[in-house]
Design a protein around this ligand. Structure first.
Ligand code: PEP
Ligand code: MN
Length: 264
């Protein structure tokens, strides 16, 4: 079902006034790694909207490597995202970690994100196949394109045809960047599948100064958009501050992207 062979027309996922996957359209999702407070999420939501982001991201349930790191505000985080949506009109994207949470997410969230660490959580994928919400499926830390598309297939096989793929960098021998952004995956996936594919330059780079060049590259290779981490005060972020743009840097990035002439 994910294959272009049997579905030549590109899938367009519509959320709010975003049309992800539409030809000549580039959709930017932006927001903090994690929702931290009411003030933080509202401030970031208002600023990214002003700069042209179409959706707001923010983690409430965080898959942290260490159990001692900030794990997210959980349900309170979802409530704060809803508040930010009410204030700005931006639809919200947040990560799910457990099949038990599908019902809650179904009620509250506009796009349900499956993180890299859960790309092969097949019970979760099967449950999301029954959902009516679009799913943002990140590529696993060390997954091949074939494995990634098979995970999308699980969701499609369950009856949910609104899947957006997200290349977020993979683990290679290189340690300079947090992950290695596999730019070649974009044209490969576009050829193999009809599903939209976006790029996460933030988790690929791991450092904020590299987010802009990777974003421009993503647009050049034909990605359908970006998901970018933006924090009102990156130095104080509880998670992923080093790779987060501040609102001014995000505004500059959006102006550069618009300058290339795509329909943002
Ligand atoms: C995130 O988007 O904050 C995140 C945890 O991403 P990934 O699953 O790609 O590591
Ligand atoms: Mn993050």
């Amino acid at each position: 079902k994910a294959s272009r062979k049997f579905h030549p027309d590109s899938t367009v996922v519509r959320v709010g006034d975003a049309e992800i996957g539409k030809e000549k359209t580039f959709t930017v999702i932006a927001g903090p790694c994690s929702v931290e407070s009411e003030e933080q999420i509202i401030e970031v939501a208002e600023s990214v909207k002003e700069s042209g982001a179409k959706l707001l991201r923010g983690g409430a349930f965080k898959p942290r490597t260490s159990p001692y790191s900030f794990q997210g505000l959980e349900l309170e985080g979802i409530a704060l995202l809803k508040e930010a949506k009410e204030k700005t009109g931006l639809p919200i994207v947040t990560e799910i970690m457990s099949p038990a949470m599908v019902e809650t997410f179904e009620e509250s969230v506009d796009i349900i994100q499956v993180g890299a660490r859960n790309m092969q959580n097949f019970d979760l994928l099967k449950e999301l196949g029954k959902s009516s919400k679009p799913i943002l499926l990140k590529r696993g830390l060390s997954s091949t394109i074939e494995e990634w598309l098979m995970s999308a297939e699980y969701i499609l096989a369950g009856g949910n045809s609104n899947v957006i793929l997200c290349e977020r960098g993979i683990r290679t021998f290189e340690t300079y960047t947090r992950n290695t952004l596999d730019l070649s995956a974009i044209p490969a996936v576009k050829r193999l599948s009809h599903l939209p594919v976006i790029v996460d330059p933030s988790h690929s780079a791991g450092m904020s100064w590299m987010v802009e060049p990777l974003s421009l590259a993503a647009m050049a290779v034909g990605a359908d958009g970006l998901i970018v981490e933006v924090h009102n005060c990156p130095e104080k972020a509880l998670c992923d501050g080093a790779q987060s743009l501040n609102p001014g840097q995000f505004k500059n990035l959006m102006q550069k992207l618009k300058g290339i002439g795509s329909n943002l």
